[in-house]
Design a protein around this ligand. Structure first.
Ligand SMILES: Nc1ncnc2c1ncn2[C@@H]1O[C@H](COP(=O)(O)OP(=O)(O)OP(=O)(O)O)[C@@H](O)[C@H]1O
Ligand SMILES: [Mg+2]
Length: 164
C-alpha cells in the first residue's frame, strides 16, 4: 500500500482536485483506493457526496474528527476501516465494482488544528510529545493496520502545515 499526501501550504492551488482525480483514476485502473479528507473545509468530502448525505449518515460518527477527538482524549481510536465510506459512483467511470472509499472530514477539525498549532508554537516539548507527536504516531499505526486492504491511500491536506 502506498500512502500519498497532497500537501501545499498555499490555498486554492488544486490539491483537492488532484486528490479526487488521482483517486478516481487509480480506482478505474483497478487499484483499491482510500481517500482521507484531512481538511476541515471538507472539499474532498463534498466532491463525492451531497451535504445532506454527509449530515444524515456520517457527520456524527464517521469522520476524521471522530478519529482525532478520540486520539486527543486517549480514548479507543476508531480504525480507519470503520470510518471508511464506500462511495457509490453509480456507473460513472466504470467504478461500480471497484474499491473506492473515502473517510470524510468535518468542519470541527478546525479545533484539532488550532489545538495542535498551540502546542507547537508554545515550544513546550513535553506537551508536544504527549499530544501532537502521539497523534501523528497513531495515524501512522492506523495506516499500517489497513495496508493489506488498499493499494493506494490519498490524503487531502488543508492549506497549512499543522494537520498536514
Ligand atoms: N488544473 C486546474 N485548472 C483550472 N482550475 C483548476 C485546476 N485544478 C483545480 N482548479 C480549480 O481551482 C479551484 C481550487 O481547487 P482546489 O479546491 O482543488 O484547490 P485546493 O488546493 O484543494 O484548495 P484549498 O487549499 O482551499 O484546499 C477549484 O475551483 C478548482 O475547480
Ligand atoms: Mg483542498
Amino acid at each position: 500500500m502506498k500512502t500519498v499526501s497532497v500537501i501545499n501550504i498555499k490555498g486554492g492551488v488544486g490539491k483537492t482536485t488532484l486528490a479526487a482525480n488521482l483517486g478516481a483514476y487509480a480506482a478505474s485502473q483497478g487499484r483499491r483506493v482510500l481517500m482521507i479528507d484531512l481538511d476541515p473545509q471538507a472539499s474532498l468530502t463534498f466532491s463525492f457526496m451531497m451535504p445532506e448525505e454527509w449530515r444524515n449518515f456520517y457527520a456524527d460518527n464517521m469522520t476524521m474528527k471522530n478519529y482525532f477527538d478520540a486520539a486527543a482524549r486517549d480514548m479507543k481510536i476508531p480504525s480507519l476501516s470503520s470510518l471508511a465510506v464506500k462511495l457509490d459512483m453509480g456507473d460513472a467511470l466504470n467504478l461500480e465494482d471497484r474499491k473506492f472509499d473515502l473517510i470524510c472530514s468535518h468542519l470541527g477539525l478546525v479545533g484539532t488544528d488550532i489545538k495542535l498549532a498551540s502546542h507547537i508554537f508554545a515550544h513546550d516539548i513535553d506537551l508536544l510529545a504527549s499530544t501532537t507527536l502521539k497523534v501523528c504516531s497513531y495515524l501512522r499505526k492506523s495506516l499500517s493496520e489497513i495496508q493489506d486492504d488498499y493499494d493506494l491511500v490519498l490524503i487531502d491536506c488543508p492549506p497549512n502545515t499543522i494537520l498536514s
